[in-house]
Design a binder for this molecule. Structure first.
Ligand SMILES: Nc1ncnc2c1ncn2[C@@H]1O[C@H](COP(=O)(O)OP(=O)(O)OP(=O)(O)O)[C@@H](O)[C@H]1O
Length: 324
């Protein structure tokens, strides 16, 4: 064994407990060159790790330590959450789907692209906080639910974007999608409600891997859900399925779910429209009150959370069947 091989082995030994498999070491003469894989680490953690590694690698006989950082490109997929019209619970479903997917083991980020009424900061409990930019890239806001988040609300003044056309909205969305998402490999995208030029341009430009359509039981029988499905068909984006929100009424006193609009219609409508049915979320006052205080039910262990977990399980399985 040469001295250089000995030095390399010695440096690898001291780095092992610090670098957790992220460092590759080469030694030439008295110089150690270390390639450091910083994939998924925030800037502060990267700097701290490099400082520790530099100090530890300077063993006797080594008079120069060079560190080069690399990061693997994360193959990131977008899941668009859309609805034919406003007020059906698209944002509520997006937030809870993102949290439930994270609880199922995915690395998830949440993008609030609803220029008409960005509500994710409130739903995720980070209202009033502004994201900062690092190296010209936005840094998503950390939330209490393990799902970082960026919202159009942080980019535009209230009411201003109402007159935006598709290219402007899609351009603004680029800043959110191309942000510093770290290790997140799945971004849940809360689209603006409706099926017009803004939504179409956004999905054409950012090409989500798949779409989840949110509808209420009444709309499923009507034209809105069909329009939302057509929007994705036009752009060649697969529809993962339909979520029926506000399906049945959960009694706040006894918890019993009744079905003022009848039951089974949504599944039948999904079948007729040729798309999978992902599940029903009951109309439950507990969902609204939890949402209002930035405490999404999917983060808890109650019955409301279970409905979202079931939907997320199907989306998770769909993602597993796709390449990438
Ligand atoms: N299953 C549910 N049970 C009770 N309340 C709900 C449910 N889903 C959503 N809500 C409530 O309905 C209201 C509208 O929901 P949300 O903001 O998610 O809709 P949206 O489709 O994103 O609306 P828009 O995009 O038009 O702003 C909110 O007050 C929310 O808390």
């Amino acid at each position: 064994m040469t001295d250089q091989t000995n030095d390399r082995a010695a440096i690898e030994a001291v780095l092992a407990p610090i670098a957790a498999g992220r460092a590759t070491v080469r030694v030439e003469g008295g110089r150690a060159s270390i390639i450091l894989d910083v994939t998924g680490l925030p800037d502060g953690a990267q700097n701290a790790l490099e400082t520790d590694i530099r100090a530890a690698a300077a063993i006797p006989g080594i008079d120069e330590v060079r560190v080069a950082r690399t990061a693997q490109r994360v193959n990131r997929r977008l899941i668009a959450v859309a609805s034919g019209k406003g007020g059906v619970g698209k944002s509520t479903v997006s937030a809870n789907l993102a949290i439930a997917l994270a609880r199922a083991g995915r690395k998830v980020g949440l993008v609030d692209a609803d220029i008409y009424g960005p509500s994710q900061p409130k739903l995720m409990g980070v209202e009033g906080r502004k994201p900062v930019a690092h190296d010209k890239k936005l840094v998503p806001l950390a939330t209490a639910y393990g799902v970082p988040m960026l919202s159009m609300g942080g980019l535009v003044e209230e009411g201003q974007a109402i007159a935006w056309r598709g290219p402007m909205a899609a351009g603004a969305l680029t800043q959110l999608v191309d942000a510093n998402w770290g290790a997140a490999d799945t971004l849940v995208l809360d689209l603006p409600p409706g099926t017009g030029d803004v939504q179409l341009t956004m999905i054409q430009k950012h090409r989500p891997a798949g779409a989840v359509i949110v509808s209420t039981p009444q709309d499923l029988a009507l034209i809105d859900a069909t329009r939302a499905i057509d929007l994705f068909a036009k752009a060649g984006i697969p529809v993962i399925g339909i979520v029926e929100n506000m399906a049945g009424y959960a009694c706040p006193h006894c918890g019993e779910v009744s079905d003022p609009f009848g039951k089974g219609g949504a599944e039948a409508a999904a079948e007729r429209l040729g798309v999978p049915f992902l599940g029903r979320i009951p109309l439950d006052i507990a969902i609204r009150t939890a949402s209002d205080v930035g405490s999404p039910p999917a983060a808890g262990n109650g019955v409301e959370g279970a409905a979202f977990a079931e939907v997320a399980g199907k989306v998770n399985a769909w993602l597993d069947t796709q390449k990438g």
